[in-house]
Design a protein around this ligand. Structure first.
Ligand code: DGL
Length: 247
């Protein structure tokens, strides 16, 4: 069983990448929407919340846990690995390395929460892979606006971003909620390249997982027990030919 966690439904973007590479797995997805957003909370508070979810997923039988939240990953992954040495912990990070390695030119915006951008883990990545034209953009409130499906606020954010950085060529989606508005971003930035850390994580996971079940099972657990969130989650999953178990 593979546990997947996020502060809300954003991690579904990671799960969908994983499902393209790994067939017939049993996934338990934990959405912590009761505590969402994580991105402006103090580090210790984020750690305590994430640790609780990890404990829960271990109790459910997950030996592999994917942290499908850049904020949680930036703040908690090394500590969690030390605390749970027998659990395989796979953690997402903003895909800045790909921009540098593949030599994409022009202005690169790294969109992420303040907590991610302030974290030591991200600062190390940034020092290694920044180019002369890398700009860090703390997107206050954006993950929450996506979680709440607040189209007005999302528009306002994108309008301001376009006004401030009209020449943008590359966008690093440094929060797993942001791929959910990729089409909206394209309305403002017509020819931009996207970089989504979910792709790297799914490849890492694929290398680790050998076993298969008879069929795919996806369980969804939400800390606020929101039916609306559950429905949105399953809508984001293309479930043709797959058995989906709702818990
Ligand atoms: N999906 C989370 C991330 O990748 C959202 C953060 C939040 O809850 O603020 O960072």
């Amino acid at each position: 069983m593979i546990g997947i966690l996020d502060s809300g439904i954003g991690g579904v973007t990671v799960l969908n990448h994983i499902r393209k590479l790994l067939k017939h797995q049993h996934f338990i997805y934990y959405s912590d929407s009761k505590n969402n957003p994580y991105g402006e909370k103090p580090e210790q508070e984020i750690y305590d919340m994430v640790k609780n979810i990890v404990e829960y997923l271990i109790q459910k039988g997950c030996q592999t846990i994917v942290i499908a939240c850049n904020t949680a990953s930036a703040i908690c992954s090394s500590r969690l690995r030390k605390e749970y040495p027998t659990i395989r912990i796979i953690a997402i990070e903003p895909a800045l390395k790909v921009v540098k390695d593949r030599q994409y030119k022009g202005l690169t915006l790294v969109l992420a929460t303040s907590a991610t951008l302030k974290s030591q883990k991200f600062l190390n990545t940034y020092q290694k892979y920044k180019t002369e034209q890398t700009v860090l953009v703390p997107c206050k409130g954006l993950a929450n606006d996506i979680e709440e499906n607040n189209q007005e606020k999302i528009n306002e954010f994108l309008q301001n971003l376009k006004k401030e950085y009209p020449e943008t060529k590359n966008i690093v989606l440094g929060c797993t909620h942001y791929p959910l508005i990729q089409n909206r971003i394209l309305e403002y930035f017509k020819e931009v390249n996207f970089f989504d850390g979910g792709i790297g994580v799914s490849r890492l996971l694929q290398k680790e997982i050998q076993d298969k079940n008879q069929k795919e099972v996806i369980e969804f657990i939400d800390s606020s027990e929101s039916i609306e969130k559950q429905n949105r989650f399953y809508n984001y999953i293309n479930n043709e030919n797959k058995e989906i178990k709702k818990s």
